[in-house]
Ligand binder design. Structure first.
Ligand code: SAM
Length: 228
């Protein structure tokens, strides 16, 4: 059975699109999407030999070699320009996801939708999307096995449209802030406690302009968390 996290990612794939799943590991996501009839064709990209072999093995075992092309390479270098309409990147840090998109920019011309699932630092992704003309169209937050995950879906459009308060929205997600789900609240209660703890530690540190700056940043973040 596919994890709830990856199943949630596939919910945002427009049916019928050709999809590339980057950092696919076992290729569970493309296998599921093809078997469910959501997509007719998928590329599974992997940069590391072990996971690349796992992906090939899985695709073969499921008899999906005609529909899923497993390719070895970093980021978007595994796809040809115009080859896919949708890209999924899941289970990595937000900064890594943003750098994969940045490095592969010229492959994005034909891509209609990005579905990104950062394990942390979704802010890096929102920042990249805004800088590159992608508009967030949906966000979801979910908890599985004690971990909290965010899913961000974007299409080309007006990148600032979803944001009422940009700074807060970048950190917490404009849609997630509106939904204010229980998972969302728990996440930011947890983060706030974390920041309070760091602040307390910094309070004991010797004075320096660096610590003062850090303290100020933390106070601002704590305030933002309190507001939501
Ligand atoms: N996407 C799957 C998921 O969400 O369950 C697998 C996540 S796994 C933690 C991250 C995978 O990304 C690893 O298999 C790693 O080898 C791969 N990866 C990391 N950097 C990559 C890159 N630049 N290009 C392609 N794959 C990459």
């Amino acid at each position: 059975k596919l994890s709830n996290r990856l199943e949630a990612v596939t919910n945002y794939i427009p049916p019928g699109s050709r999809v590339a799943d980057i950092g696919s590991d076992h290729a569970y996501l493309p296998c599921y999407a093809v078997k469910k009839g959501i997509v007719p064709f998928a590329v599974a990209g992997e940069v590391v030999e072990g996971p690349f072999q796992s992906a090939k093995k899985q695709v073969k075992m499921e008899g999906l070699e005609k529909q899923i092309s497993v390719r070895k390479g970093s980021g978007l270098e595994v796809i040809e320009p115009g080859e896919v309409d949708c890209i999924t990147i899941a289970g990595m840090g937000g900064a890594l996801i943003a750098s994969i998109l940045e490095d592969g920019k010229r492959k994005l011309a034909s891509v209609q939708r990005l579905i990104l699932q950062p394990n942390l630092s979704a802010i890096s992704i929102r920042t990249w999307l805004i800088a590159n003309g992608w508009e967030l169209i949906a966000e979801e937050i979910l908890e599985e096995d004690g971990k909290i995950y965010e899913i961000l879906a974007a299409e080309k459009g007006e990148p600032l449209k979803p944001y009422k308060n940009k700074e807060q929205g970048l950190l917490m997600g404009p849609f997630l802030m509106e939904q204010k789900s229980e998972v969302f609240r728990n996440k930011w209660i947890g983060e706030r406690e974390n920041w309070e703890r760091i602040l307390l530690q910094l309070g004991k540190a010797a004075y320096s302009s660096e610590t003062e700056k850090r303290k100020q940043e933390l106070k601002e973040k704590i305030k933002m968390a309190e507001e939501v």
